[in-house]
Design a protein around this ligand. Sequence first.
Ligand SMILES: Nc1nc2c(ncn2[C@@H]2O[C@H](COP(=O)(O)OP(=O)(O)OP(=O)(O)O)[C@@H](O)[C@H]2O)c(=O)[nH]1
Ligand SMILES: [Mg+2]
Length: 232
Amino acid sequence: MKTSLIIPFKNEKEYAELTMDTAYSYMSEKNLNFELIAVDDSFDGTWELLKLFQASHENVVVIKGGNPPGYGKALRQGFAAATGDILIPFNGDLCDSLDDVMSYIQHIENGYDMVFGSRYMEGGKILDHSSAKILLSRSGNAFLQWIFNAKCTDLTNTFKAYRRKVLDAVNPQANGYDLGLEIALKALTIGYKYTTIPVIWSARLYGTSKMSILRSMFSHLRTGLAIRFTYS
Ligand SMILES: Nc1nc2c(ncn2[C@@H]2O[C@H](COP(=O)(O)OP(=O)(O)OP(=O)(O)O)[C@@H](O)[C@H]2O)c(=O)[nH]1
Ligand SMILES: [Mg+2]
């Protein structure tokens, strides 16, 4: 099966080449059939670095984001451009692990429609992150897990893998950080087969965070409740 990694970038000039090169080398060394789709909303030179990388590599697509920009919007543009059978959002600041990408692919090839990653289950890890952010994220996730009776302690984590048919059926609409949650919850209510595995999340070494924890917590809860009361 072919895998598309969808990689969003917003002002990540320290990461543009590093992330593309790290992902490309890893996927090539594992002999995977893959493509990298970068979706860029930057104004700091990241775009030029991505285009340079694309010029010297096959199976790399670089797309300009929307106006106004958005994390979820960028991922949706990436999904629309992807030609793979397995679609995986992979953050541009290398917080997600490529070994976990490999496990995702194996689980989908073994028959699952979706694989969720949890930083909070046994075997999962968060390397160096503010404890206030973790506390807020864990409590929001505990609530969402409870109202959906889901087998996942980290539903809000966007780092998940989907068979293409899941995205076709869900047709997600979110423009922000709630996109991954929207897809997962709608797909759960449809009944797609999923599993959750532990994943490792590492804090960024360069640049600055684009996510506001309070704003994204609010949008996650709003999205979760809206789906809970309209889809089931
Ligand atoms: N194209 C695009 N990419 C975005 C946007 N917002 C964030 N990103 C990228 O999405 C990835 C994740 O964003 P981060 O700001 O690191 O969010 P986070 O991982 O929750 O925050 P940190 O804890 O600081 O790592 C990064 O590669 C960002 O550059 C956006 O509006 N458009
Ligand atoms: Mg990050």
